[in-house]
Structure formats: structure tokens, C-alpha cells
Design a protein around this ligand. Sequence first.
Ligand code: FUB
Length: 333
Amino acid sequence: MKPRYLYPKDYYADPSANVFNGKLYVYPSHDWEAGAAFDDDGGHFQMKDYHVISMEDVENGEVTDYGKILDVADVKWAEKQMWDNDCVEKDGKYYLIFSAKDYNGVFHLGVAVADKPEGPFIPQDQPIRGSFSIDPSVFKDDDGQIYCYFGGLWGGQLQWYQAPEKLVKEGVDLGPAADKKTQLFAPADVPALSSFVVKMSDDVLQFSEAPRSVVVVDKDGQPLKAGDPHRFFEASWMHKYNGKYYFSYSTGDSHMLCYGIGDNPYGPFTYQGVILDPVVGWTTHHSIVEYKGEWFLFYHDCVPSNDITHLRSLKVQRLFYNEDGTIQKVVND
Ligand code: FUB
């Protein structure tokens, strides 16, 4: 298959693909031109609502856009920047988990609930207690337990919550980098900052435990280092294949999609390789899903907008595994 642009009529990004009731639904971020200034914290990504699209034939079929399923104006606690979201089903209800900034400029995760995958979604009045950062991705394991993976560096604020404490514990002298916002420039040979994973409560409205770090290790069991271009940055995604847990993510400023494999939802995940080389546009973000017996990588790029980095377009391409369970790099041309 040639990579397919899924919905040329609008700018969508950060696709979270899920199969509900035999259809494939994609929950994206909804890009638009807000005229905001560019900055390293992603201030130019000023998304204000979510849509959902669906299809029954990924390669050639019609794509249906159900319109707006949630507007930031309807979320009491959120002021702006509705970034990545994902949806999970439990007992016939659909839970949209999303990231947005509150009125103090701090990212949190929120939940909105619907009776159908296409909404309308009714938001909770408060964010998830103890939630922080961005890019939630919800994974339902075979035993029904729902996990949320989340976190993103730089503008996604993840560094505020685990370093410098983490680095200090590891004996690293941060010096002037100890400031919350600048510690990212810590030495390249310390362990990379991690995404988080947490079990959701039975009602899918709260965390049911303290979030744990998702550690990606090399073949010797050592955490990838902060200076490794393949280390985690944002866009966590979890899928299962042949009983193994595949944690994939964006490397942010080195612009790749990479992954590791583990034996359980918490990891550690042993680094395996690159799924997708850099695309046109600064960000790269994806999801991996099986539909009708075939595997797909959903992602985005900025080719249609002529490389305007906050006007991204959804794409999909087939994904294949090798016999040993590793993923073949996806061809994007
Ligand atoms: O869409 C805004 C941000 O860009 C996402 O949260 C990141 O993953 C990146 O794709």
C-alpha cells in the first residue's frame, strides 16, 4: 500500500486509532492556524477542540468525520491547548482521555464520557487527580485492566515532575541546570527522562495508583541515556503482539518513532529500533493497531501544509513484523 492521507479536508495530528464495534476510529488533535507565535514550548499549537473520524476500509474506504466531540469551552478546568487524546471503552461507555492547559498554564489530563465512540463526550469538572503533562494513551489489556501512558518533554512539562529529583538521586550534579525548565540540558550520559504509566480506576475517571516510570533499556538492561537520539520524548503508545508489550514513542528533537518490547505493561521495555524515520514537520506522533487481520501505523506529517509545523495531516501505512516479532521500518513514500 502507498501511505494514505486520511482526511485532506482538515488538519488533524497525533492519531490514536482504536477499533470499536467493528469500525476503526481515529481520535486526533485538531490543528488550526491560531496565529500564535512559535516557541520551544509549542505555543503555536493552540488547538481548541477534538473531532473523531472513522472508517471500515483503511486503505481505500470512505472516512467519516463526526464533527466536534469536545470543545475546550465546555471543560471547566481547561483554558487552552487541547493536545493529544485517546479513547477507551469499558462496559459500553467510552472514555476520552485528553491533555490541556489549566488557567495557570499547567498541563493536566482530563476525562470526558460518552455512550458512543463518536460522542458527544461530557467532560468531568476537574482534571484527573494527580495528573500532569501531555499525550495520554489508554491501553486495555486482555484481562480488562486499563492503563494510561503519558508524558512529553519541553512544552509538555514532563521534566517538571521527575527531574531534577531523579537525576540528583542518581548522583548527578546539575549545577545551574537544576532549574526546572533548564535541567533538560543535563549531561548526555545520565539516564533519559521517562514516560509514565498508571492503572486507571474501575470507573476510568481517576488514577488508581501512583504513576510509574516507563524505562526503555538497551540490550544490556541499561536505561537509554539522555544523549541517545533514540530515547523517549513524547507520544507514548502501547500495543500487544503475540503476548508481548510494545511501547512506542516519538524521540521529539531527533524526530523518529522508536519502540521497545517488554513482558508486562509496566516494562522495562528493551529498545528494538526505529519504526519511522523523520517526517516533514517538527513533530512525529503515531498509533499502531490491528484491524481486520492487518496492522497499521497511523501518523502525521506536514507535506500538505508545505511544512507549517502546526498544520499537520493524518496518514496511514501498513506495518509488518519480522518472524522474531520485531517491527519492520515503515516506508513513508
Ligand atoms: O499536538 C501537540 C503536540 O505535538 C503533541 O502533544 C505532541 O505529541 C506533538 O505531536
